[in-house]
Design a protein around this ligand. Structure first.
Ligand SMILES: Cc1cc2nc3c(=O)[nH]c(=O)nc-3n(C[C@H](O)[C@H](O)[C@H](O)COP(=O)(O)OP(=O)(O)OC[C@H]3O[C@@H](n4cnc5c(N)ncnc54)[C@H](O)[C@@H]3O)c2cc1C
Length: 461
């Protein structure tokens, strides 16, 4: 419980308007995009809006004195309960630390505050011909801080990599309120341990990112989106493997199954063909003059692998329409049931067809609808399951189906998360994929960085 002493302490650091403590305000912050009904029972004690690094350090000092948890929050769009205040605590809201501090076209870097929206950074750097590739599907709202903490990726990961591949330096406030720098403003750095990599993907459990320097690359001159439809899921996945075997390197190889295509087309009419079992969304990019060659080679492979229909965009608006449709898949699912859940298991690509069919079979057996989308070029799929949490029987079956899906991913040599993280949602399963010795090292690292267990406690393991 938040004591009046604690409020008084917070008031010494922040103006009253930047501290939320009413029950209604705190309730809003009791959930994130995981939308798990179990989490609503725990509420933070306070929500604070920080504007600078010094305030963050002072709040960490207070938290240490009072032994109260601190949970960082970007846009709250993680899907695993990573920013829910399980044992209460102070939510550190970064929406006011949202400035792009510098774009350096000579170094090809940008220095940003943690609350900067990923899509906003992309738009700004693209104005001067540069490119920040990591593209979580909700890039219009998710923040750099949240993306670093979850090591977010997206469709373009196939060619360009995940968030971890673009963070060259960070300023981090540690659990004892010290400010440390994790890297340098250089593209390479072999100076001691790669400390930054520990914080990336650590879900706010090891330190608080208060500034990041990201690497930029030149924006590809041109791009085009190819949509290929298939009569069977197997054919679509075989086509994915053939594209890769032929050493073609498109920017994305994304996937939608029949349920996803139909559900999205009803929600966001984009002209998708609804009578096919699967579709691939392949974006090619590079020099304008190279596109037709790339497209022709790709289309040849797609046809050889039974693509029933192939379409491609002829301008940016058409490309954006296709991506908007694909990225709206989770929102579209909310039209089917009051709630929707998503996941992000990943397997080696050669087992992708087994994973996709396996998930469809598991959901059918439990009488659950599943809309499958995914960044299949990486071997990762997002089973999006619309559900009514008030239907106890459905919820029971959903829970069993989930653990069967995780079991299947592990059996196929894969792992629990390719990009969404573990949070609260999957911590009970982590020992299935991270063996005891490694898990023990992770726990020791947590203890070393956060001996009082105040940084986003009880997440991951
Ligand atoms: C519709 C939808 C589509 C999505 N698509 C993708 C996708 O394609 N790829 C993908 O990877 N993810 C995807 N996600 C998940 C989500 O986008 C990512 O997890 C995301 O980047 C989280 O950003 P956020 O700002 O919302 O962070 P939050 O959810 O607010 O926080 C996420 C984690 O980061 C921590 N955190 C936040 N800020 C800081 C900070 N400054 N310092 C330390 N820790 C911090 C939090 O404590 C929490 O543990 C999707 C989510 C939704 C709802």
């Amino acid at each position: 419980m938040l004591t009046s002493t604690l409020i008084k302490e917070l008031n010494k650091v922040l103006p009253a308007k930047d501290i939320l403590s009413s029950i209604e305000e705190r309730y809003v912050y009791s959930v994130d995009a995981s939308n798990n009904p179990q989490y609503k029972t725990t509420m933070p004690d306070a929500v604070v809006f920080v504007e600078n690094i010094e305030q963050v350090q002072k709040i960490v000092q207070i938290a240490n004195k009072q032994m109260i948890p601190i949970i960082c929050r970007g846009a709250g769009t993680n899907t695993v309960g990573a920013c829910v205040a399980t044992p209460g605590g102070i939510i550190l809201n970064f929406s006011k630390m949202n400035k792009i501090l510098e774009i350096n076209p000579k170094n090809l870097t940008a220095r940003v505050q943690p609350g900067v929206i990923v899509g906003d950074l992309q738009k700004e750097v693209e104005k001067i011909g540069l490119f920040y590739p990591p593209d979580p599907s909700n890039l219009k709202v998710s923040t750099i801080g949240g993306s670093i903490a979850q090591n977010s990726a997206g469709a373009r990961c196939f060619k360009y990599g995940a968030t971890k591949d673009y963070i060259i330096d960070m300023l981090v406030v540690t659990a004892n309120a010290q400010l440390i720098r994790t890297g340098s403003n250089t593209i390479k750095n072999a100076t001691g341990y790669n400390l930054g990599s520990l914080f990336i993907g650590s879900e706010g459990t090891l330190g608080i990112v208060v500034e990041a320097t990201v690497k930029l690359i030149p924006k590809p001159e041109s791009s085009q989106v190819i949509m290929a439809y298939f009569d069977t899921v197997e054919d679509s996945i075989t086509a994915v493997n053939k594209i890769i075997e032929n050493q073609l390197f498109p920017a994305t190889i994304d996937f939608m199954d029949k349920n996803a295509i139909e559900t999205v087309e009803k929600f966001y009419p984009a002209g998708l063909i609804c009578d096919k079992d699967a579709a691939l969304i392949i974006e090619i990019d590079g020099y304008e003059t190279s596109l037709s060659h790339q497209r022709n080679t790709l289309c040849e492979i797609l046809r050889e692998n039974n693509a029933a229909n192939i379409q491609y965009s002829t301008n940016t608006t058409e490309s954006e329409t296709i991506w908007n449709a694909r990225r709206s898949s989770m929102a579209a699912c909310t039209k089917l049931k009051p709630n929707v859940t998503t996941d992000d298991i990943i397997v080696p690509r050669n087992n992708l067809a087994k994973l996709v069919k396996g998930i469809q079979d598991i959901c059918a057996r439990h009488n659950l609808t599943v809309c499958l989308v995914g960044h299949v070029g990486d071997g990762s799929v997002h089973p999006q399951i619309p559900i009514d949490y008030n239907d106890k029987n459905e919820y029971k079956h959903y829970k069993i189906a989930k653990s069967e899906i995780y079991h299947l991913a592990v059996k196929l040599g894969g792992t629990l998360s390719g990009e969404h993280g573990i949070g609260l949602e999957k911590k009970a399963f982590i020992s299935q994929v991270v063996e005891g010795g490694a898990l023990d090292y992770m726990r020791q690292i947590k203890k070393l960085f956060d001996p009082n267990n105040i940084l986003n406690p009880y997440k991951i393991f």
